[in-house]
Design a protein around this ligand. Structure first.
Ligand code: XMP
Length: 508
């Protein structure tokens, strides 16, 4: 498969480069700069990412370009651009001020294949601390801004290009055009990597890999595990055994409705009612990390028991997606575990199952597109993210069946109202939180002393950062009234207006 290799120097934008190239229907992979894979015929070009380092820093990444530079097309971005100048005898120095933000191109050489169709006067996004002061003779300038003369260059006699600004960022007006020019005009990729082609090649590859073997997969009701299951089902049919566990911490009616829809898709699913098992290990547990660990351990217990009932199962299917893969092999190493996220999977070693992860190379939005291609219902594909430990981390303090039931009612009113008002798809994630306090109220002539709930709705791209949604006041007021009138035991509703950072999306 035609592939563009992206070498990561640790820039916050590296994943964006990959997403943009894939938007052009070209497959690409990110690898750390110090773990360059073998350059096969499939690799049609290489992109060198930006970096938080200055090329002058002693610990700056020193990428060995010898395997591909001059042989394959190369595009250096920001650090990648400065690095090639630096190692070729040009002069790079730390800028006196960090050049950050919007800038305008003043001169553009439209004869250069990379800059085809890019307008002079268009906006680009700068973010760098180094400046290229002088370049070797065989480096030709292909674009400049008012402040940055060497904003882009090409090396004569090679298909090597570089840009000081970030074409992958949407603020660069012709950024996508530039990346498209690189992959099509310069690397000659045929843009045939589409959800349809992904499904065809993946199903074929899974057939060859799994043959007549049985696979067990844990479904969570979320997009990733559902799409992974449908793909595997296409390849091996009833040899795929799915397990869907009701941990008693799902949304209202979620277990039965999701189970029904899985069955409707022809999946071979065992639904396991394990509510009481989870409630009993959670009794009296108040500390968030302890809750997560208890839920994780119990899940493995139950999954293990159920998987053990399937004779001769050889594989464990997982819905791992590309950001998880990159994260675990990134330049900076696996990022610190801020919360010990439990996701479906991770079985005890003694089960000795081999792992199959059909979505390993996809970003979240691509998983959705593949799901659409596979005919999954829009309702399932557009679901908000929901944490593995479910409502347990939205009930502050200890968990009881009664509290779960109250929160389920509150959450259902909030989510249904978002759907009714056409707001659900504009929100990235929403939910309700049950607080461990009671407050005074009046109902009729009576004084009440009841529970307080908080509503949370956020806008985000990947959950790493988030901002609270500015939902209309009238909407919030309606939802609040409905909750207080309909959910017994709740007399106060708050709306969470904190962004992440410094807050997080979940409260625990
Ligand atoms: P935070 O609260 O860390 O959440 O801002 C970021 C995203 O991760 C989800 N989340 C979890 N997902 N297991 C999961 O599978 C967990 O323990 C967990 N904790 C948080 C959260 O819902 C949000 O989408």
């Amino acid at each position: 498969m035609q592939t563009i290799l992206i070498l990561d120097h640790g820039s916050q934008y590296t994943q964006l480069i990959a997403r943009k190239i894939r938007e052009a229907n070209v497959y690409c992979e990110i690898h750390p700069f110090n773990k360059i894979p073998k350059i096969t015929d499939e690799i049609k070009g290489v992109v060198l990412s930006g970096s938080p380092y200055s090329v002058i820093d002693p610990e700056a990444p020193k990428t060995d370009l010898s395997a591909f530079k001059g042989k394959l097309p190369v595009l250096g971005i920001c650090y990648g651009s400065q690095y090639m100048v630096h190692i070729s005898g040009g002069k790079v120095e730390k800028s006196t001020i960090r050049e950050y933000g919007r800038a305008k191109l003043e001169k553009v050489n439209n004869d250069c294949l990379l800059m085809r169709g890019v307008k002079e006067d268009s906006q680009v996004w700068m973010s760098h601390g180094d400046t290229i002061l002088s370049m070797p003779e065989d480096f030709e300038i292909i674009c400049s801004t008012h402040d940055v003369k060497n904003a882009g260059y090409k090396i004569k006699g090679e298909e090597t290009y570089a840009l000081q600004f970030h074409p992958e960022v949407t603020h660069s007006e012709f950024g996508f055009q530039i990346l498209k020019n690189f992959v099509t005009e310069i690397c000659h990729c045929d843009c045939s990597w589409t959800p349809k082609s992904f499904v065809e090649t993946t199903v074929q590859a899974l057939k060859e890999q799994l043959k007549d073997d049985k696979v067990v997969l844990g479904l969570s009701g979320g997009v990733d595990s559902s799409v992974a299951a449908v793909l595997l089902h296409r390849a091996i049919g009833s040899n795929l055994h799915c397990i869907f566990v009701d941990n008693g911490l799902l949304r209202k009616n979620e277990f039965s409705s999701v189970l029904e829809s899985y069955k409707g898709m022809g999946l071979n699913v065992t639904g396991v009612d394990a509510k009481e098992d989870f409630y009993s290990v959670l009794a009296g547990v108040t500390e968030p990390e302890k809750k997560r660990k208890a839920i994780g351990a119990k899940f493995i217990d139950i999954f293990d028991r159920e998987a053990g009932k399937i004779k001769d199962v050889k594989w464990l299917g997982q819905g791992t997606i590309y950001p998880d893969v990159i994260e675990s092999s990134s330049v900076k190493g696996p990022s610190q575990t801020i919360k010990s996220h439990h996701n479906v999977g991770g079985l005890p070693d003694y089960m000795k199952l081999k792992v199959v992860e059909p979505l390993r190379s996809l970003f979240k939005d691509e998983v959705r597109r593949v799901g659409k291609e596979l005919g999954l219902k829009q309702e399932l594909l557009s679901r908000h993210p929901f944490p593995g430990p479910g409502l347990a981390i939205r009930i502050l303090g200890d968990i009881t069946a009664e509290k779960v039931s109250i929160l389920q009612e509150v959450d259902a009113i909030f989510i249904d109202s978002l759907k009714e008002k056409g707001l659900y798809d504009q929100v990235w994630q929403a939910g309700a939180i049950l607080l461990p306090i009671q407050s005074v109220g009046v109902m009729g002539d009576e004084r009440t002393y009841e529970r307080v709930v908080a509503l949370r709705a956020v806008q985000s791209v990947d959950g790493m950062t988030a901002d609270w949604c500015h939902l209309p006041y009238e909407f919030l007021s309606d939802v609040s009234n409905k909750i207080i009138n309909q959910v017994k035991g709740v007399n106060r509703v708050c709306y969470d207006i904190s962004s992440k950072p410094p807050a997080t999306i979940e409260w625990e």
